[in-house]
Design a protein around this ligand. Structure first.
Ligand SMILES: [Zn+2]
Length: 87
């Protein structure tokens, strides 16, 4: 029997169809018996549905993008990098 913690950790995998047969069975069994995990699963499902399909890769955080852009500008050396302070 999977624990509630395992259910929480594997919810995304379950929704993406990444779990193997046995794990999927254990997941469904637990969710069928555990009201807390059933509510959790519904919540995640609703969230995922409202976000649309999961992207293959998470989008870079805005500060990462800014860092990459400033590095790219330095690398080009055609114009000085912006002197905005990152913090
Ligand atoms: Zn549970």
């Amino acid at each position: 029997m999977m624990t509630c913690r395992e259910i929480a950790e594997r919810t995304t995998d379950y929704l993406e169809g990444q779990l193997g047969f046995v794990a999927r069975l254990g997941f469904r069994l637990h969710v069928g018996l555990c009201a807390g995990c059933r509510a959790w699963l519904e919540q995640i499902r609703t969230t995922v549905a409202s976000l649309g399909e999961l992207p293959d890769e998470p989008a870079p955080a805005p500060d990462v993008m800014r860092e990459l852009q400033s590095r790219f500008q330095i690398w080009r050396e055609t114009e000085p990098p912006r002197t905005e302070s990152p913090d």
